[in-house]
Ligand binder design. Sequence first.
Ligand code: MN
Length: 577
Amino acid sequence: MTKSELLDKLNEGIKTFSEADQALIMQAYHLAEEKHSTQKRASGEEYIVHPLNVALNLINLNSDRDMIIAGLLHDVVEDTDTTLDQLRTDYGEDVAMLVDGVTKISKMKTANIQERKAETIRKMLLAMIRDIRVIIVKLADRIHNMSTIEYMTKDKATRIAGETLDIYAPLAGKIGMNIVKNRLENYALQVLHPGIYADIDHYINATEGESQVMLDRIRQTISARLSANHIQFYIKTRQKHHYSIYLKMKKSNKKINEIFDIFGIRIITDTVENCYMILGMVHSVWQPITGRFKDYIAAPKDNGYRSLHTTVVLDDKRVVEIQIRTKEMDQINEYGIAAHWFYKQGDLPKVTDFAWLKQLNALNNKQMTYEEYYSIIRNEILQEIIYVFTPRGELIELPQGATPLDFAYQIHTNIGNHCRGAKVNGSIVALETELPNGCIVEIITGKNASPKPQWLKMAKTLSAQRKIRHELSMQKEFVPDKKRLPTETDKSVPRADRTPKPEKTETSEHTPRIEVEGQKNLLYRLAKCCNPTKNDAIIGYISNSRGIIIHRADCRCLAHITDFDQRRVEVSWSEKK
Ligand code: MN
């Protein structure tokens, strides 16, 4: 859009504000235009198109007057001679605070780009703790920068896209602005993996028509039933965004044509009661897949997301995900706190409303390096939370991506230090296995077990890493006299075979040896459906009671195992016969 088109949109977008507010917004626009008049964007356009786009993004996100003004002025302090004091005098404390929150730190002594990046993020997050609107202004800025990222050098684009995936998209998710999160992720994917993005795009375009036919049939069936019961509703078809398709392919090691829920149905109704009524109707028409039903209405996600999700099998055996929610939920699921403003005018969320903001706040009192700060934000605070259980049923909260080692150290430092194996839902898993939400974790300890250097990579939380590092440094000091090293009775057993010997079920009846994520001697069976033989590409499924079931990687059965993604494990034929 040209500058004058953008300006028209701005005028149009602020019509709902009072005349005085409109005048102040336009005053800010003119100041920004004048101050940036000598600058150009990397695209060659006049610089002012950037603040204008940011302000328009903010209008679309239901922002208030001061946020729109801050959007127009967000770069004047960083890039021109304007001072925060000037903004404070002319536009008030809030505008100055919002602009300050998104202004980069330029006068830092260190030239280290990592440190500057971490310090800039820290400053923004601190400002956000005081006023959550800061992050929305920053996200509006980031959306426009990502949409014009093709004009940046490859290096810079890669760095910005990485930071977007590490920090900004998850932040958007944390405040429930999924519409922003998805856009940012898609832009980043386009920069980081352009080939994959293009493949996904091509596949979606090629299959859209066929899927639409299927979705239309479902719509008709649902519509007929609901209308007969006089239930208020409308139906949207939805498409999984590129980045989440990419994640799913990566996580489950599947090709795009094996991802079945790219297109789905969303039923929007007026009341919670109707949501459950519609769910019952859907399940009475089509068979639901066990384990795929999620009730996020009774148990909302920690960012406020509420919806019912179910996956059903159609008459032609195709499967489709159906989401059911109220209109208000639908708004909040997409716009997060911006929708909350819409529904309850004027109520700004506070630090105490969000557990992760409290955690973030608590970081201020902790000593850590820039690297550690960035890592704890990225890997812990901005991750989704998973809930796992001890065998006695105690609930432990961990960031998504956490492994049995993080769990062990969270329970007690000694448990971590003496960890020699772990069971998830009763089955042995490798120590670096990502824990699935809701699982039961049992740590197998050994008197002589002690941390290994590779544990530093297997643990995802900073607190576990610190404890491992500490213990490793203790070991080092003692290495010369070897007293702390474990003394095993049978010294001829090769090292790899000494680690977890968990169950008596470990038998020699399996002639081929299998290695599971680097560990041998685990209970496993070869699947009867595909009978894998040596040199076949294989994949493991962690069963509840029968150990790891080894399938051929191309086994057709896998598609029918509903929790396969959560329970898959990398396996390979062991070299040793
Ligand atoms: Mn900017």
